[in-house]
Write a protein that binds this ligand. Structure first.
Ligand code: G6P
Length: 469
């Protein structure tokens, strides 16, 4: 296969290709990669219609990249996206068995939607293409493409964690789901832990074997399972942080906090992000270090997400209640400890907020990578860098060990890390930041993409062990 093979990306959300939007981590990483290589990006239009996945495909062309999307019916969205993807798989893969809901109907719709997307995709692909499927919405898509006769290279990357086999086994049909992953030639994970959990599932639940060179065998199938930690487009993010829009937002934040030191958090409002635990850590700071009252301010930017899903509605209530409690308890006439914003911000505005922040708290209870941590690092100014407080449960922790690493469940530890960050001497802040900056600028989104594609082109090469048809 030539190195020039066209790249076909499949993901639930498609675009925007421009970095200006309010895109989540996945879109940002992929847009960068596709812009550099060119290709086709296929997924959901974000709209519902009566025809659903049978709807006429919508095509947009931006430079070398073609975006092709199809609709879903309301029932498809309810079963596939809101139901199985976000009430079964998302909590389960984030180690939240307590929040996971399993229903036969949503499982059925999820598989059917994967089948439909595969069928529609066949209209646009040829065997010379490299097909790269993304994330937990499309575990079965590769298997369905194979069933329809697709013989080209097929890769899959999971952007979120892969939970341990003991937990994943609770999913009805877990063997089907992991078995379907074996239709890909290459499956990629964010961290060694995720990869190990997958290989262990294959070994213990599917009677497979771990083999040398990152291979996993189950029956006759041998596939590669590798680690590819995702990065950001660090150069552009650093440029955003130096833009006028960023400076305006930095100035607004500074004038808003007055004499206080700004601490920020930026996350989709999601229970995996540890926003509640972070607020409790901030509250404990005010309790344990009373001299901090009136001298720090916490800003949480939390764009609302998946608002039709019950667990997210509950979280919003809990979040707003806790902010109210902390403010009610500590506020003075001229000082409010916690500010929250649930509207999205442009990436330039965010970059400005990161730059003006003294501390950024990235404290997920479990996270695939977490690109906020990397964006915060890229946005800092060498003369006066802020401090990153990072959860030990974020994928980014394996690269960004110079952050202050915390256990988000340990409230006193979070308060102590905050105090340490607020008093950290400039020289130490610079030393830690430089080490992280080097990694963020070296392992970019483009590098991540290049490595995955290279591995996909080479998958199974050495012994000609191509997938069975
Ligand atoms: C995570 C997932 C992405 C998803 C994004 C936003 O980053 O890995 O696949 O697109 O969250 O969530 P949403 O449900 O709004 O697409």
């Amino acid at each position: 296969m030539s190195k020039e093979a066209r790249l076909v990306v499949v993901s639930n959300r498609v675009g925007p290709l421009s970095d200006e939007g309010k895109a989540g981590g996945l879109a940002v990483g992929l847009a960068d990669a596709l812009r550099r290589r060119g290709g086709l990006w296929f997924g959901w239009s974000g709209e519902t219609s009566e025809a659903g996945t049978d709807s006429q495909a919508k095509t947009e062309t931006e430079g070398e990249v073609k975006l092709v999307t199809i609709d879903m019916t309301e029932d498809q969205v309810a079963g596939f996206y809101l139901g199985y993807a976000n009430r079964s798989l998302w909590p389960l893969l984030h180690y939240r068995l307590d929040l996971a809901r399993f229903e036969r109907e949503t499982d059925r719709t999820y598989r059917a939607v994967n089948r439909e997307f595969a069928r529609r995709l066949m209209e646009f692909v040829s065997e010379d293409d490299l097909v790269w499927v993304h994330d937990y919405h499309f575990f079965y898509l590769g298997e369905e493409l194979r069933r329809l006769g697709f013989k080209g290279r097929l890769g899959f990357f999971l952007h979120i964690p892969f939970s341990p086999p003991e937990m994943l086994a609770a999913l009805p049909g877990a063997n089907d789901l992991v078995g379907a992953m074996l239709a890909y030639d290459l499956v990629g994970f964010q961290t060694m832990t995720d990869r190990r959990n997958f290989a262990n599932y294959c070994k213990h639940e599917l009677h497979g074997q771990k083999q040398p060179n990152d291979r996993v065998r189950v029956g006759d199938r041998v596939i590669e399972a590798k680690v590819f930690p995702i990065g950001i487009d660090a150069e552009s993010f650093a440029e955003f942080a130096a833009s006028e829009e960023a400076e305006e937002h930095a100035a607004m934040l500074r004038s808003n906090v007055g004499r206080s030191l700004p601490i920020v958090g930026v996350d989709r409002l999601d229970y995996s992000k540890g926003i509640i635990e972070r607020l409790l850590g901030f509250e404990r700071l005010l309790e344990n270090y009373p001299e901090r009252v009136g001298t720090v301010q916490f800003l949480q930017v939390a764009p609302l997400s998946r608002s039709e899903v019950e667990e997210y509605v509950d979280l919003r209530g809990e979040f707003e209640g806790l902010v109210g409690r902390i403010n009610g308890r500590f506020a003075a006439l001229d000082w409010t400890p916690v500010h929250i914003m649930t509207t999205g911000l442009t990436r330039r505005a965010l970059a400005g907020i990161y730059r003006a922040a003294r501390v950024c708290m990235v404290t997920p209870l479990r996270d695939g990578m977490n690109l906020v941590a990397k964006e915060f690092v890229a946005a800092q100014d060498e003369a006066d860098p802020g401090v990153l407080i990072l959860s030990r449960f974020a994928g980014a922790r394996s690269e960004l060990g110079e952050a202050l690493i915390v256990n988000p469940f340990a409230t006193d530890e979070m308060a102590a890390a905050l105090e340490r960050a607020l008093t950290m001497p400039l020289e130490e802040r610079q030393r830690r930041w430089r080490a992280m900056r080097d990694k963020v600028f070296a392992n970019t989104a483009a590098e991540w993409c290049r490595k995955f594609i290279e591995a996909l082109e080479d998958a199974g090469r050495e012994d000609g062990d191509r997938p069975a048809d």
